[in-house]
Design a protein around this ligand. Structure first.
Ligand code: SAM
Length: 285
């Protein structure tokens, strides 16, 4: 072993023992194909690795919420083995599905908007990557078409809460009335409606997941209407309320592509959200 100056030094006993133990793959490992050292690395709760804007990033960025396929591949490698089945019930332009192809897993997606599925298919063709099936439609319905207890890992990214700002100042009933008359936009949701929609999808995701398998959910917090919304915490609480899903971790992904802003400057502090949360759940009885 050498120190920083290239001089030979005696390796401390506890380090060499641990290195030997973790450098190899443990045959009892039922979760993934990682060595002990790789497993240890991925127990970190912050991901600060910089991911490239590649794999037809320009095409995929028409979506706006696309995730780096390599980041998805890193997570998939932690929570599954080669050849296993990955599901993304809210697949968008397929960051998770592309990630699955990069690390030799099988995958299936569900996506409401056909336009995103077409872009995903186009990216696979342009990149020569395996193209997985994507069921077009509402996950609430399409999840019923997937065989129960068949999926080894779920990795997904929830749609953003399309906030109804009126709910902040009025009662729920008045807000709903005003929402329809003032904004005339039925896409606006209260936070409770958004959480209920997410709960409904994850309730239907649980039965297709194998026992003791994991689920990773990307979620960003929000600063809107002069207020910070810890959506990650609220979503974690909502999914944990589904009997069978147990929250295991909250991994912070430092998203280096996000720009800093000075919206409140020089009068008030408004944060630049340069991180997202990756909530990790396990299906347990
Ligand atoms: C945050 S995006 C996912 C982006 C994805 N991670 C990627 O890399 O492209 C969430 C997606 O969920 C889709 N979606 C929303 N509600 C849905 C539903 N009920 N069923 C299926 N897909 C839905 C949206 O159309 C959107 O593309």
């Amino acid at each position: 072993m050498q120190n920083l100056f290239g001089e030979n030094i005696k390796e401390p006993k506890h380090i060499s023992k641990r290195t030997k133990k973790t450098a190899t793959y443990d045959k009892r490992n039922k979760l993934n194909d990682l060595t002990g050292a790789e497993w240890q690395f991925w127990t970190k709760t912050v991901i600060s690795k910089i991911y490239p804007s590649n794999l037809q990033h320009k095409l995929r960025s028409q979506h706006g919420g696309q995730k780096p396929p390599q980041l998805c591949a890193d997570l998939i490698k932690v929570f599954s083995k080669k050849g296993q089945l990955i599901l993304d019930p809210l697949a968008g332009v397929g960051g998770s599905l592309l990630g699955a192809a990069l690390c030799e897993r099988n995958a299936i997606g569900i996506e409401l908007n056909e336009k995103w599925v077409q872009i995903y298919n186009q990216v696979c063709q342009l990149e020569g990557l395996q193209q997985f099936p994507v069921l077009v439609g509402d996950a609430n319905e399409k999840l019923k078409e997937i065989a129960p207890v068949s999926v080894d890992f779920v990795i997904t990214d929830v749609p953003y809460w399309i906030m109804d700002q009126v709910t902040k100042t009025r009662s729920a009933a008045a807000a709903r009335e005003s929402k329809l008359s003032k904004f005339n936009d039925k896409n606006l949701q209260t936070k409770e409606e958004w959480l209920a929609e997410m709960k409904s999808i994850f309730e239907k995701t649980l039965p297709v997941l194998k026992d003791n398998a994991y689920m990773a959910v990307f979620i960003g917090d929000m600063y809107r209407g002069k207020e910070f919304h810890l959506l990650s915490g609220e979503l974690a609480h909502t999914i944990s309320s589904i009997p069978g899903f147990v929250l295991k971790s909250d991994i912070i992904w430092h998203d280096d592509s996000k720009m800093l802003h000075i919206y409140g400057y020089p009068f008030a502090y408004i944060p630049s959200l340069i991180h997202q949360h990756i909530l990790i759940f396990r299906k347990e009885k």
